[in-house]
Ligand binder design. Structure first.
Ligand SMILES: Cc1cc2nc3c(=O)[nH]c(=O)nc-3n(C[C@H](O)[C@H](O)[C@H](O)COP(=O)(O)OP(=O)(O)OC[C@H]3O[C@@H](n4cnc5c(N)ncnc54)[C@H](O)[C@@H]3O)c2cc1C
Ligand SMILES: *[C@@H]1O[C@H](CO)[C@@H](O)[C@H](O)[C@H]1NC(C)=O
Ligand SMILES: *[C@@H]1O[C@H](CO)[C@@H](O)[C@H](O)[C@H]1NC(C)=O
Ligand SMILES: *[C@@H]1O[C@H](CO)[C@@H](O)[C@H](O)[C@H]1NC(C)=O
Length: 433
């Protein structure tokens, strides 16, 4: 037995301290602090620090709402960019003319929150520490999980092992924990992405649009920008269709690099606004190969003692800006299920007899919604680049009305949706009929 294992506590090991892992810790702390059985949460992050490399990530209102519920929504708004009532204005790649503008309600406190990953992660780390929600460990790369009677042993690359009652695998798209149960099959999207951030101050003088949330759509290419960091920075992500055979040694990695010159060449045919933005990027920028994974049918292992969450469970393409939001929804529902499970017990040992049905409840509430987000993200990538079957052989101008129609209501179900209601209904069906 791990010498630190305490029979009186319900120990939870969160593996991976990214956005999904830290939010999961905060949600569990929020929902499970008042239960009879005390929880002890540890987060194990492989990196040497809780730090992110700077680029943007989008938090939609569905996810922002959950952060408001645990008292960090106002802080979220203080680091977010402001989209001026526009989620995205889709524009022609050549002359910048409007294709369609999707409004975003942003008057109220719960709103679209495009953020810098580093600033958002800092906020989550601080909230975790201030609330004493979890113990944060660094330099802990999980190699494997093993069933050890009623507990799970988690082994790390540094040779140490810890024992826990529940392990939540939040270790991202390359998840080792998922890899233990499924063979990893990366699926290439047909697209690569360049990424970089520039100061908005450099473009305020000449920027031609009302908002900084713009996506330029061209055949086989699209160019997305949105404001982060209180409107101080513009996040740029440029997508280009490239056949797999021409990828060279480009990796599926957030940290692989390329020269800006490559992007300049790729976007030669785009509007001057786009070309000017590229010139403002540093000479070396990020470039990565966009893959996702097929939806899984199972995120629950070892009798509910190991579950997956976030990208580890449902890696998706970034085209709907929904990956982080889906990870947050997972953490929120997992915490609700755990709170319900714990509230029926007076000792940790009793919890173990009911853990599996509650972890399956978490999975079954979340899986269909996350799967739909994975599938619609794939389709969105094709729509943005006029590669949908309906546009086959059609000239650009004739394809635009089809694209407009496919974009108009795409995001509604992701931003709305009542996950509390979904949870309550399935719980009732399972446990109270
Ligand atoms: C550097 C980076 C850049 C990204 N950029 C974008 C982007 O531009 N657009 C976009 O849509 N999405 C991006 N994502 C993905 C997006 O952030 C996720 O979809 C979302 O935040 C859900 O995250 P997650 O917590 O499930 O996974 P992640 O954010 O990937 O976090 C996983 C965490 O687990 C840690 N970890 C991994 N393996 C282990 C292990 N074996 N043991 C312990 N810890 C481990 C990682 O270091 C990381 O901190 C990026 C992710 C990363 C890490
Ligand atoms: C779990 O870890 C403990 C030591 O930390 C060890 O005694 C035990 O044998 C391990 N169990 C398994 C199944 O590996
Ligand atoms: C920047 O954000 C503020 C609100 O935070 C907003 O009032 C202002 O219009 C924004 N500026 C731009 C250029 O979008
Ligand atoms: C590029 O787009 C902007 C904004 O719509 C527009 O004013 C400009 O005329 C466009 N340039 C060309 C060459 O079409």
């Amino acid at each position: 037995m791990d010498p630190e294992y305490d029979e009186r506590q319900f120990k939870i090991a969160i593996v991976g301290g990214g956005i999904g892992g830290l939010c999961c810790a905060l949600f569990i702390h929020h929902f499970c602090s008042a239960t009879n059985v005390k929880v002890k949460i540890d987060v194990y992050e492989q990196a040497a620090q809780y730090k992110e490399i700077g680029a943007g990530v989008h938090i939609g209102p569905n996810a922002a709402k959950l952060l408001h519920q645990i008292g960090i929504g106002a802080q979220l708004n203080t680091i977010a960019g402001f989209r001026r009532g526009v989620w995205l204005t889709f524009r022609r790649f050549d002359n910048g003319a409007e294709i369609l503008t999707i409004p975003a309600k942003d008057e109220g406190p719960i709103r679209q929150a495009p953020v810098a990953r580093a600033e958002f992660l800092d906020l989550l780390v601080k909230a975790t520490q201030e609330r004493d929600a979890a113990t944060l460990h660094t330099g802990k790369m999980c190699k494997s999980v093993k069933e050890n009677g009623n507990t799970i042993n988690v082994s790390f690359a540094d040779g140490t092992t810890i024992t826990s009652s529940l392990v939540v695998g939040c270790d991202g798209i390359h998840s080792n924990i998922r890899g233990q149960f499924f063979q990893d099959r990366p699926l290439y999207s047909g697209r690569v992405a360049y990424r970089g951030v520039i100061p908005i101050a450099d473009l305020e003088e000449w920027w031609p649009f009302e908002t900084f949330a713009v996506s330029f759509l061209g055949p086989g290419k699209h160019f997305l920008v949105f404001p982060i960091s209180r409107n101080q920075s513009l996040n740029i992500v440029a997508f280009v269709a490239v056949p797999e055979s021409e990828l060279g040694d480009l990796r599926e990695s957030w940290t692989s690099k390329s020269r800006r010159k490559e992007a300049e060449i790729d976007y030669e045919g785009f509007n001057g606004t786009v070309r000017r933005l590229i010139k403002l990027l540093p000479s070396e920028i990020s470039k990565w190969k966009l893959n996702d994974r097929e939806p899984l049918d199972d995120w629950t292992f070892f009798g509910g003692k190991v579950v997956l969450l976030g990208d580890a469970a449902h890696a998706m393409l970034p085209h709907q800006g929904a990956g982080a939001g889906q990870a947050l929804e997972d953490g929120y529902i997992l915490a609700r299920a755990l709170a319900d499970c714990l509230s029926k017990a007076s000792r940790p040992a009793e919890v173990m007899t009911r853990l599996e049905p509650y972890m399956r409840l978490y999975q079954d509430v979340r899986l269909p919604r996350a799967k739909r987000a994975q599938q619609t993200a794939r389709e969105a990538g094709l729509v943005y680049q006029m590669k949908i079957p309906d546009c086959a052989e059609l000239p650009y101008d004739d394809c635009l009305p089809i694209v407009r129609d496919k974009l108009k209501d795409r995001m509604k179900w992701i931003w709305s949706g009542n996950i509390d209601e979904e949870y309550d209904e399935l719980k009732k069906a399972r446990f109270m009929s």
